[in-house]
Write a protein that binds this ligand. Structure first.
Ligand SMILES: NC(=O)c1ccc[n+]([C@@H]2O[C@H](COP(=O)([O-])OP(=O)(O)OC[C@H]3O[C@@H](n4cnc5c(N)ncnc54)[C@H](OP(=O)(O)O)[C@@H]3O)[C@@H](O)[C@H]2O)c1
Length: 344
């Protein structure tokens, strides 16, 4: 089969198409004929540059985490899937016998592996993946649209779950143009949140408005926290989601948090350290929650919502052979939503 591989860390040009073996099929795996695969910041760009904190690659390596396509073959022990099914893969693989997984915290399991990071990925015509990570895709949803939710939707659902979200609550998503941020915002809206989304750029704010968000604010505004309070009639936000790690933006988010509110983060690519006013945190009963990623339970709940109409957003697709170009595009942060590679 054709795959896009890399044999050394570096810039986007280290990615090259080459012919490799179709992956072998374990008894509890299915073989997916890949239709689309995500291009994300940490799992693709950072990993390809050699700066991923957990990845230990052996070269040649195939990137590609969440993907969607058609079931092409089924392992001997697999039930519940048929050849030809339209499916998408949740790329966080854990051992179902691990006590941490059984306690509902798969994302914290020491057995956690991510497809495309700890195993060969799906920048390829075929990927062999555990059957329990494979979800049925509703009719009419394209592979790229399925990819847009296959990881980000599960992370978003876990963020809302861990924060204790209930319909009607007030929620702010910072950097809501990002693949994850847009998905969290759209899921929260689908589930009945009162929502504010932010972006630095006027043109991207217009695109957020076009997605149906009523309250779109400038994340660089010095009055952001007050602007949020004005929209939320003085009280502040029950939940603020910030996956970015920018000190100024984090501080504005904390300033906008309501008493009893939760700040949630699943990423920090702009920086690792922020400041916290502990006196305000404890006296207002607020929480800061790190959500490493999704788990099979959050993926299952998220796909139930997809079957009820929840959708995320695809910014742009590139053919698999143009993976380098797709990496360069994501690097310049011009996307609103998920960028994918499509595979013939
Ligand atoms: N834990 C998980 O499973 C998981 C999964 C996916 C993503 N993530 C994390 O979520 C974060 C976003 O990743 P992504 O792939 O969704 O990102 P992405 O699509 O590449 O979007 C990048 C985002 O960063 C914002 N941004 C870029 N530079 C900025 C700056 N200097 N100041 C403020 N904002 C800036 C952009 O907002 P503007 O609109 O303002 O340009 C945009 O929202 C990362 O930290 C990533 O690790 C985590």
């Amino acid at each position: 089969m054709t795959a896009v591989t890399f044999r050394q860390f570096g810039g986007p040009d280290v990615l090259h198409p080459e012919e490799v073996q179709v992956p072998p099929l374990a008894r509890d795996h299915v073989l997916i004929r890949v239709g689309a695969v995500s291009v994300g910041r940490l799992l693709d760009l950072v990993a390809r540059s050699g700066n991923h904190p957990y990845a230990r690659f052996s070269f040649p390596h195939i990137l590609g985490a969440e993907h969607a396509g058609v079931v092409a073959a089924i392992g001997a022990d697999v039930t519940g899937h048929r050849i030809g099914d339209h499916v998408a893969t949740f790329p966080v693989v854990t051992d179902p016998n691990c006590p941490v997984v059984q306690a509902g915290y798969g994302e914290l399991s020491p057995t956690l592996q991510i497809i495309g990071t700890h195993r060969q990925g799906a920048y390829a015509q075929y990927a062999a993946v555990p059957a329990r990570n494979v979800f049925s895709v509703p009719d009419g949803l394209s592979p790229s649209d399925a990819v847009a939710v296959a990881l980000a939707g599960a992370v978003a659902m876990n963020q809302l779950h861990r924060a204790g979200f209930v319909p009607g609550q007030r929620l702010v998503v910072q950097g809501a143009t990002s693949a994850l941020g847009s998905t969290t915002a759209l899921l929260a809206q689908h589930l009945g949140a009162e929502l504010i989304v932010t972006s630095r750029h006027a043109d991207k704010r217009k695109r957020l408005s076009a997605l149906g968000f009523a309250n779109v604010l400038d994340s660089t505004s010095v009055s952001l926290a007050q602007d949020i309070r004005d929209i939320f009639t003085g009280r502040g936000s029950d939940i603020v989601v910030d996956n970015l790690g920018d000190l100024a933006l984090w501080t504005k988010g904390m300033d906008a948090l309501a008493p009893g509110g939760a700040m949630v983060t699943s990423g920090a690519f702009l920086g690792r350290e922020v400041t916290v006013d502990l006196q305000r945190l404890y006296s207002q009963g607020q929480r800061i929650i790190g959500v490493r990623t999704g788990n099979l339970e959050s993926a299952t709940r998220m796909w139930a919502e997809v079957h009820k109409g929840f959708r995320s957003v695809v910014d742009r697709t590139f053919p698999l052979r143009s993976a380098s170009e797709a990496h360069r595009y994501v690097e310049c942060s011009s996307n609103v939503g998920r960028v994918t590679l499509t595979v013939d």
